[in-house]
Design a protein around this ligand. Structure first.
Ligand code: CMC
Length: 430
């Protein structure tokens, strides 16, 4: 990694040499770990816009080219030719599985889809109108109270079992959160079905009727899982790593990731995007919202547009758009008002100089919300579906971190601008 090149930094009469690392892709990285010890200075980088927080071999984004690679494989190839569980294997173990390895992996995941029966009671403690993300944060965190035999992070075997359990159980948890809010009976997993079909069935089947999974919808669902499976060191992944760096158990770390993902600037954007389309309401109101998005004095942003890393296009959005067309055609809803608004908004944003100059393209959440809405999911389920898809990425990154001999507890520094030492004054003297 290190190629003996160094960057020289001079300030206040000091001269420091910072080793330069050459990654296999992406910009060179300056090693500043000795900066404080040798230079008595910190670096300042709010939002980590220029800071590599770890070494990783899992996912790479070439934002300028609009490229996303999982272990080197382009996302569009994986979304079109592979399927989610194979992608999970790839992310977790680094290589595509052989046929036997895939069968064995799928069977291991499938055998863990059930929740401990006592967990079913846990759901009932929530209000019926609780947001499914709130339920997921709580229930995923609670896994650590049920599976004590997979919380010792120092034991690779336990880490492995925890990973499989999480991938297997997260669709069951998300579907139960949905069923609970709908006031319907939980539908137990069906281990004869593939991952996506099983999830659809757990969400949409009712005990009184037979439910037949539509293969086109299952394919679209599987693609949504694949497209969201991992995304480098984004906010929720960094949260999982930071939580895990203290040695916290994996279930607690994933619960932390879910909490972070919930925000509207991250995984909550798909829900916020559809709510925005509904608020716009009719095509003739689009200019008003576009004007608000451009107005510096208005905090409003067009949800589903822009990305911190993609400054060309979001390759996930390209695949998701194709899927959206297929699903809407299948369901015969190519002509509804929300879709018309979405298409017009997309057209305007791709032509308007404000969006073009700032490179604000529709991102994956713009299209995923449209598909999930067409499939019959309420907007509140959009982010839980993102969370379940991303669980494998969080786990792969967490495992990579725990296995890294250079692991240190994450402990950022600060640029302190508060009061310096002052003495306490008694309340009656203030
Ligand atoms: N609508 C209007 N203006 C925008 C938008 C938007 N959606 N996004 C960025 N801008 C403007 C922003 O006002 C700023 O303008 P200026 O340079 O004049 O101050 C400029 O573009 C750069 O914005 P930024 O906030 O510095 O960019 P960022 O890299 O920090 O933010 C983002 C990236 C995704 C948080 C932001 O684009 C955003 O809030 N988008 C809407 C929410 C969204 O769709 N999020 C989902 C991201 S994809 C899913 C995921 O990976 O989590």
């Amino acid at each position: 990694m290190s190629d003996k090149r160094v960057a020289k930094l001079s300030f206040d009469g000091k001269e420091l040499e910072l080793p330069i690392y050459s990654p296999s892709a992406g910009p060179d990285v300056l090693d500043i770990t000795k900066l404080y010890a040798e230079g008595d200075v910190f670096t300042y980088d709010p939002g980590f816009t220029s800071t590599a927080s770890c070494e990783s071999t899992i996912t790479f984004i070439a934002g300028g080219k609009g490229e996303l690679l999982y272990r080197g494989y382009p996302i569009d190839q994986l979304a079109n030719e592979s399927h989610y569980l194979e992608v999970c294997y790839l992310l977790l173990y680094g290589e595509l599985p052989s046929e036997d390895e895939l069968v064995e992996f799928e069977s291991r995941v499938t055998n863990h889809t059930m929740l401990h029966d006592q967990m079913n009671h846990l759901f009932r403690g929530f209000r019926r109108d609780a947001h499914p993300m709130a339920i997921m944060c709580g229930v995923v965190g609670a896994l650590s109270a049920f599976y004590h035999d997979s919380t010792d992070v120092a034991d690779p075997q336990q880490r492995e079992i925890a990973s499989i359990r999480m991938i297997a159980k997260i669709p069951t948890i998300a579907a139960y959160a949905f069923k609970y809010s709908a006031g319907q009976a939980f539908v137990y997993p069906d281990n004869n079905l593939d991952y996506a079909s099983n999830f659809l069935r757990m969400c949409f089947a009712v005990p009184t009727e037979e439910y037949v999974v539509n293969p086109i919808l299952a394919k679209a669902m599987d693609r949504i899982f694949t497209l969201h499976a991992d995304h480098e060191q984004n906010a929720s992944t960094s949260t999982v790593r930071l939580a895990g760096s203290s040695g916290a158990n994996p279930f607690a770390c994933i619960a932390a990731g879910i909490a972070c993902l919930w925000g509207p600037a991250h995984g909550g954007a798909n829900e916020a995007c559809l709510n925005m389309l509904r608020e716009i309401g009719t095509v003739d109101r689009i200019p008003e919202f576009v004007a608000r998005a451009k107005d510096k004095s208005d905090p409003f942003r067009l949800m589903g547009f822009g990305h911190r890393v993609y400054k060309n296009f979001d390759p996930r959005a390209t695949v998701m758009k194709e899927s959206a067309d297929e699903v809407l055609e299948l369901l015969g809803i190519e002509d509804n008002e929300i879709l018309k608004i979405a298409k017009e908004l997309e057209r305007i944003a791709l032509e308007d100089p404000y969006f073009v100059e700032k490179k604000l393209y529709p991102n994956v959440d713009f299209y995923s919300g449209i598909i999930l809405d067409a499939m019959g999911f309420p907007t509140s389920m959009f982010t839980p579906i993102f969370a379940m898809s991303r669980t494998v990425g969080w786990i792969a990154q967490w495992k990579e971190m725990i296995g890294d001999p250079k692991l240190k507890i994450g402990r950022p520094r600060q640029l302190y601008t508060g009061a310096t030492h002052r003495d306490y004054v008694d309340v009656k003297d203030r």
